[in-house]
Ligand binder design. Sequence first.
Ligand SMILES: [Fe+2]
Length: 235
Amino acid sequence: MGLFSHREAVRLPGRDIHNHLLPGVDDGFRRSADSLEAIRKLADAGCREFVFTPHKNPEIYETDEALLRERYADFVGKIPAEWGVKTALAAEYMIVKDFEERAADPELLTYADGSILIEMSYYYPSENLEQTVFELEMAGRKPILAHPERYIYMADRLGDFDRLADRGCRFQMNWMSLTGTYGEGSMQILRYLLENDLYSFICTDLHSLHQLDSILAIRLDRKLARAVETVLAKY
Ligand SMILES: [Fe+2]
């Protein structure tokens, strides 16, 4: 019996609502061929619905929503129909200064139900996070904060997550975070959000084929595996 004998595989979500599979528009997949390979592998692993969420950060990328819509239309035509895969386009919005001013902008790429994926820097919080959550709520766009467990500067202010949740913000975990690869601060946040039932989604946030191999190889101890199942059962 080895050290990992009690570890188990967990199923992937049937629907992945955060990934960078749309090729050539951000720091995710570059080539269509690689995206297609990843989609096929994920579909084989049981994930059949994808919402592509390219980064939208005006400080780094020049892509606007119109261009993303265009690229999406080009790419989805390449996915073979026999794979039985459903796709949609949203985006991952960096909460840059004054982002809240776009809260009601009809151009924003949201999920079909009007929810919107937002993120912060891994190094420092967005000063306008709470204001953004408030303005998005007012505009009828329920915010989903991407990978809160990666904002390790929040490990010593875990109560902030409860306050955000009270204001209608939901939280999305990254698969890779479950491996502890982002450090103890990240695991503290992850455990807190899991124990308090604050995660609504678990996603690949996939950027490359290499990352996919790591995700497919994840094995968890029983307690973590059960907690993950509880989140996945929500959607
Ligand atoms: Fe992402």
